[in-house]
Ligand binder design. Sequence first.
Ligand SMILES: Nc1ncnc2c1ncn2[C@@H]1O[C@H](COP(=O)(O)OP(=O)(O)O)[C@@H](O)[C@H]1O
Ligand SMILES: [Mg+2]
Length: 258
Amino acid sequence: MNMHVSDAAPDPAIRASTRGARVVLRGLEKSFGAHRVLHGIDIDIPAGQFVAIVGRSGCGKSTLLRLIAGLDQPAAGTVDPGGEIVRLMFQEPRLLPWQRVLANVEVGLAHADRQTRTRRSQDVLAQVGLTGRGGDWPAVLSGGQKQRVALARALVGQPTLLALDEPLGALDALTRIEMQELIETVWREKGFTAIVVTHDVTEAVALADRILVVEDGRIAMDVQVDVPRPRRRGDAAAAAIEGRILDRLLTRQATFSA
Ligand SMILES: Nc1ncnc2c1ncn2[C@@H]1O[C@H](COP(=O)(O)OP(=O)(O)O)[C@@H](O)[C@H]1O
Ligand SMILES: [Mg+2]
């Protein structure tokens, strides 16, 4: 078995995971005490779509993602990711410091025999550009490399839905762009549904098929990003979409501070 999952002869079990979850949200409501955070959210996400959720800080992006991922329950309404395999990735890599890199990836694949866990974890480490780093301790890795391990741990269980909450928020600009390209590449290869929360509208436009803008507990904008892939940085159509979304977000800020 070769280590390059993206080559012509991948592990059949990995290739078999090439499908995405359909996610349907109906009348979603969520409050914390008297504070209503989400109000009447209806969204249909087709299988395999790459969705970005943007909005002002505190508008409810993480709350929405947690509901979609089943980490929290809505006050009303339904979430149907339908028996799917959901994995999450956060801004902090959340690695176990007392486990080496390979063992950290294996954590994402609890229900498999030892040999399969090791082989799949090595395959997925290669896919995120960390061939040969399985024996390292997390402490010796850079921030970007730690996030690659976190991505590998999320991918090794062959999710049909990958939910990412500001996954690149702590990285420097260049590492961030490299990670965006990596996430896009694995998404295209594997076909899972991806939902990324980000405060970075440029990142949303670079990655997503569709951008949802959350405002006052509702979906204020639902924008298709019909820019062909692979996307070129500085693309005029992408810049126009980014401008529209930023205008909306900044106008709201002016209203609040007036
Ligand atoms: N567990 C919680 N208990 C109380 N309030 C919460 C909790 N989680 C989030 N909130 C509140 O809900 C709102 C939305 O939070 P969040 O979804 O984290 O926003 P975002 O991710 O868009 O910055 C905020 O006002 C936040 O303080
Ligand atoms: Mg958040």
